[in-house]
Design a protein. Structure first.
Length: 252
């Protein structure tokens, strides 16, 4: 965990213990710096059956932060944790926010997206997987990407399969959130492909090729005029990734 002044850690722990009806995620500002406290969800019985034990999910998150922090990989710094909470230092604004607000220059958004692709590759190269790498869970401080939300960390035991799914989820998130910037999405995906030496890209392409019949069956829905954001993102991802693979293979 990140080394902090003991007085700051003590103040953060007091904030955790003093709250009578705490929010699941809470922002705390101390000495001009921002920290985030996260507590487990409170599920009904039926939601527990569907989503699992929230304390186990919290422990998975803590493990993810610890392992990535120990290797200097892209995760928000973990500063303290307990049986039913953990605290991270602020890692910046989510990349999803950069695209939703459109306040930053296109070059800045593209730089953040490429950095996210490289950071995801570095996690994979270290033999791990994020579990659900959505752009809303990737923070950008202007220089570095910090991943958050490791609730699915280690759930899929087959690491190669988990990394392939990571790449597909990342691609899907790019098309769903950064869909107005197709060039930046393309550059981010190519960034991952250029770095990959473990066959994760080809594994993802094989999955997408098996989905081509479903893609063709969905074409009439895309022409219906309905918004269907996730479906359009899914089809766009299949189209671009398979086209990129053919393009790069043809140039080799």
């Amino acid at each position: 965990m990140r080394s902090l002044d003991s007085a700051v850690v003590q103040e953060l722990r007091q904030r955790v213990s003093l709250q009578k009806d705490p929010a699941r995620i809470e922002r705390v500002d101390i000495q001009g710096k921002t920290y985030w406290i996260k507590r487990p969800e409170h599920h009904s019985f039926l939601w527990r059956l569907r989503k699992g034990d929230p304390l186990k999910a919290l422990r998975r998150e803590i493990l993810g932060y610890r392992q990535l922090n120990a290797l200097g990989l892209a995760a928000a710094p973990l500063v303290d944790s307990g049986a039913d909470y953990f605290i991270t230092a602020n890692g910046g604004a989510s990349i999803a926010t950069l695209y939703h607000d459109q306040l930053d220059a296109p070059e800045e958004r593209g730089r953040a997206l490429r950095a996210a692709a490289k950071a995801l590759h570095d996690i994979h190269a270290a033999g791990m997987a994020h579990g659900r790498p959505n752009l809303k869970d990737m923070l950008w401080d202007g220089e570095k990407v910090h991943f958050i939300d490791f609730e699915m960390f280690g759930v899929i035991k087959n690491q190669r399969r988990a990394q392939i799914l990571d790449l597909l989820i990342f691609g899907l998130s790019c098309f769903a959130i950064a869909n107005s910037s197709a060039t930046q999405t393309r550059e981010a995906i190519l960034t991952y492909r250029a770095l990959d030496q473990r066959g994760i890209w080809q594994g993802a392409i094989r999955w997408l090729r098996r989905l081509q019949p479903a893609r063709r069956a969905m074409q009439p829905l895309l022409k219906s005029g309905k918004r269907l954001r996730d479906l359009r993102a899914f089809c766009a991802m299949i189209d671009l990734l398979t086209a990129l693979d053919a393009e790069v293979a043809g140039a080799a």
